[in-house]
Write a protein that binds this ligand. Structure first.
Ligand SMILES: [Zn+2]
Length: 113
């Protein structure tokens, strides 16, 4: 599977999606993963790449951080890996929210930017 990265979108342990510029607005959150666009057998899909370890939101993650799992579609119970974090227990995104996000991303992709 080949992944393409456009404008990076990060998923915080609070369940919010933010851009690089918005990271500074969430100093008490951690980055759980990021959205990627993947080409799987000529079909484009949006993928949530969950980091091996959640990262503090005051640091922009490296371009290719270690990824624990790539999720397509429904994503539930993605834990923040920071043990003292109040969002350590669980977090989830419903299918509709994920699809909505994917669609926005797709639209962006089609514009060819
Ligand atoms: Zn956290």
């Amino acid at each position: 599977m080949r992944t393409t990265m456009l404008t990076r979108k990060f998923l915080l342990c609070t369940g919010q999606w933010v851009t690089v510029e918005q990271l500074a607005n969430y100093p008490y959150s951690h980055i759980v993963g990021e959205l990627r666009y993947a080409l799987d057998e000529y079909q484009s899909v949006s993928v949530l790449a969950v980091y091996e370890n959640s990262l503090p939101s005051n640091v922009i993650p490296p371009i290719k951080p270690d990824v624990r799992v790539e999720i397509i579609g429904d994503a539930r119970r993605i834990r923040c890996t920071i043990s003292y974090c109040e969002h350590f227990n669980r977090w989830e995104i419903g299918r509709s929210a994920f699809l909505q996000l994917s669609r926005r991303y797709e639209h962006y992709f089609e514009k060819g930017e």
